[in-house]
Write a protein that binds this ligand. Structure first.
Ligand code: OGA
Ligand code: NI
Length: 367
């Protein structure tokens, strides 16, 4: 699908959810109220879910002995194969830096609306302050304010969208991004090892990786049972790194065996998930998993999300090593820039975006 020219997109009025919250009214505009089938359930079975996403101790991969290393790689294989999500602890990133990025993000979101609107996210684009992935006047809206920036390579940067307040915003984002980039490169090495592949295979395949950050602010909502913080989707990246605000409520949920499992925050851990690119290049061995965010009646929530993806110039497809008679080729080859354009010009809709690359075997034709 060709992207729509920005000027033709009519998205109607979008209420700013932090402003709605400030008004303390219990009224929720119609555009935020989900169809009954989409509404989150808050019954005991979900709140008390005993299933938790796996935890990987990165110190065992960085400096562990051989047994510890192999054991953790095995855990990583299971995490990627069965969950598509895991949390990393002992990741080596300075905890003060994690705190600083949270602080600057909070300071940004706490500014008056007029200040934040100096960095507007234009309809049909994904950088700046606002709501991404809105393409029509009747589309349901997420109970979330976003602020997003393209970071690497530098040509993605739009200096007009970099806030001047707080004054340490840019410096902190720069430093944080450098550290997260290193983490992504390391994780991709370990993921390659977990697949019995050469450890540099992804680095070589991806070229100069694209990196973007999105800060999501979910104000408390008087009716969390009627709205969604973020619509169900898989990420269009190769890998995503998500930091949850310290002491925040549980908000992220992943879809596993048809039920939504909450991701319980672990202090100082980072949540990692497999994006669509890894699903394609591993021919579905490791899948990107659908996830969403829900809101809380009293508590606000912040997340800082980094997307790490191949260069837009790169052509991708399933790796030969992972295609065989038992696992026939499931995705066509495509240019990642085109996939990325396709992703950001469609509303978030579960895993539908990946249909772009799927080879439609008779048994799999769903839509
Ligand atoms: C995302 C995402 C979930 C969250 O930004 O892609 O899935 O908890 N965020 O904010
Ligand atoms: Ni996501």
């Amino acid at each position: 699908m060709a992207p729509m020219p920005v000027s033709e997109i009519k998205i109607g009025h979008i209420d700013d959810v932090q402003e709605l919250r400030k008004s303390k009214s219990s009224y929720i505009p119609e555009r935020f109220i989900r169809e009954t089938t989409e509404r989150p359930k808050f019954d005991k079975s979900i709140v008390c879910s005993t299933k938790n996403i796996p935890v990987i101790d990165l110190s065992k991969l960085f400096t562990g002995n051989k047994d510890e290393f192999l054991n953790e790689i095995l855990k990583l294989t299971v995490s990627c194969q069965e969950w598509g999500f895991f949390q990393v602890i002992n990741h080596g990133i300075d905890l003060e830096l994690l705190e600083s990025i949270e602080n600057v993000a909070m300071e940004f979101f706490m500014m008056p609306l007029e200040e934040k609107q100096k960095y507007p996210m234009a309809p049909g684009t994904v950088q700046g302050y606002g709501q991404a992935f809105v393409f029509s006047e009747d589309q349901k809206l997420d109970w979330c304010n976003m602020f997003a920036l393209g970071l690497e390579p530098h040509y993605l940067r739009n200096p007009k969208l970099w806030p001047t307040h707080p004054s340490n915003f840019s410096g902190t984002v720069e430093e944080y991004s450098r550290e997260i980039r290193k983490l992504c490169k390391n994780l991709l090495k370990y993921i390659a090892i977990s697949l019995d592949l050469n450890e540099d295979v992804f680095e070589e395949m991806f070229g100069v990786a694209v990196q973007a950050v999105r800060m999501n602010y979910y104000p408390a909502c008087p009716r969390p049972d009627l709205v969604l913080g973020l619509s169900p989707h898989s990420d269009g990246s190769a890998l995503t790194v998500l930091q949850q605000g310290k002491g925040n409520s549980v908000g992220l949920q992943i879809l596993k065996e048809n039920s939504w499992i909450p991701v319980q925050p672990i202090p100082n851990a980072l949540v990692i998930n497999i994006g669509d690119t890894i699903e394609v290049v591993t021919n579905g061995r490791y899948k990107s998993v659908e996830h969403r965010a829900v809101t809380h009646k009293e508590k606000d929530r912040l997340s800082i999300v980094t997307f790490y993806a191949p260069s837009y110039e790169i052509e991708l497809g399933p790796m030969q090593e992972l295609v065989n008679a038992n696992n026939p080729c499931k995705y066509r080859r495509y240019n990642h820039g085109e996939y990325s354009k396709h992703y950001v010009t469609n509303k978030l809709q579960g895993k539908k975006t990946l249909d772009f690359a799927k080879i439609k075997l008779d048994s799999e034709f769903k839509y």
